[in-house]
Design a protein around this ligand. Structure first.
Ligand SMILES: NC(=O)c1ccc[n+]([C@@H]2O[C@H](COP(=O)([O-])OP(=O)(O)OC[C@H]3O[C@@H](n4cnc5c(N)ncnc54)[C@H](OP(=O)(O)O)[C@@H]3O)[C@@H](O)[C@H]2O)c1
Length: 250
């Protein structure tokens, strides 16, 4: 199936690499950022354009959510399949007389980080059953972890990913600030961070919880609150402590 990837950001970069590695016929990378498109085109050995969209069977729009609607109007071919990679938007965000779908890869993508695509979860959702089968088969060329979910489930999956990835990463950034302010190398926390992520493969997150909040140890909690001078950080500490305590209340 001939494919064009639209965009040159983190997701476009990884999708282009994943498609190429899987032997999917990528015929063009298209977008507005010539410098990044040029780099991507060299990385995957595919032509790029900022002007003219090549005719293909499948267009994967990997632009920011707010640009998807406008960018989708650039595809003037009929009876082609067009999908976006947004976790939140519906297929109806796409405007054009073509077949519409969502093709959502659930991972945190950064250009600087290589990824093993064989376990990458892909969620597909097309307007027609034949297109669901087509996209499932396409994703299965890349990964062993492919499912069809509806828009409601995808929105909730994305929300859950914000908690499991974006918020957790923000807490790493907060932990790093505390270390930096007190001249302690952040690297000392890496074994703890690794074990925290590792142990939920065998224990549920509820079972894996440790720390003063799950023990409702008010002495330690009040002492730690007294150590925090930054008001934003104190809000985060109090909110998460309360959330943990509430989750374990009988
Ligand atoms: N990042 C993730 O981990 C992740 C995971 C799953 C799904 N997604 C979804 O995948 C999509 C892309 O995310 P991303 O992380 O790759 O974003 P990104 O790295 O910020 O890249 C966004 C891309 O969209 C282009 N763009 C922005 N506004 C545009 C416009 N008005 N017209 C044309 N192109 C425009 C940007 O071009 P410029 O370089 O010129 O700005 C860039 O190529 C989003 O829908 C996101 O929700 C992201």
């Amino acid at each position: 199936m001939t494919t064009v990837i639209i965009g040159s950001g983190n997701v476009a970069w990884h999708m282009a690499k994943a498609f190429k590695q899987a032997g999917i016929e990528l015929v063009q990378v298209f977008g507005r950022n010539e410098k990044e498109l040029h780099k991507l085109s060299q990385e995957v050995g595919v032509a790029y354009s900022t002007q003219e969209l090549t005719r293909a069977d499948f267009y994967l729009i990997c632009t920011s959510d707010k640009a998807i609607h406008e960018v989708s109007k650039l595809i003037n071919y009929e009876n082609v399949l067009v999908a976006h990679t947004s976790g939140s938007l519906s297929r109806e965000a796409l405007e054009g007389s073509y077949r519409k779908a969502s093709f959502y890869p659930l991972q945190t993508f950064s250009k600087a980080r290589a990824l093993d695509y064989s376990r990458l979860p892909f969620f597909v959702d097309a307007g027609w059953e034949a297109d669901n089968i087509l996209l499932m088969n396409l994703a299965k060329k890349i990964s062993n972890n492919v499912a069809q979910i509806n828009h409601h489930q995808r929105k909730q999956m994305h929300l859950s990913a914000v908690f499991a990835c974006n918020f957790v990463n923000h807490l790493y950034a907060r932990a790093q600030q505390i270390c930096q302010h007190n001249d302690i190398p952040f690297d000392f926390l890496l074994p703890l961070i690794e074990e925290t992520a590792d142990k939920i493969k065998t224990l549920s997150p509820m079972e894996a919880q440790t720390g003063p909040a799950v023990r409702n140890d008010q002495n330690v909690i009040e002492f730690q609150e007294s150590l925090i001078s930054n008001s934003e950080l104190l809000k985060v500490y109090k909110t998460l402590t309360e959330s943990i305590i509430k989750m374990y209340e009988l």
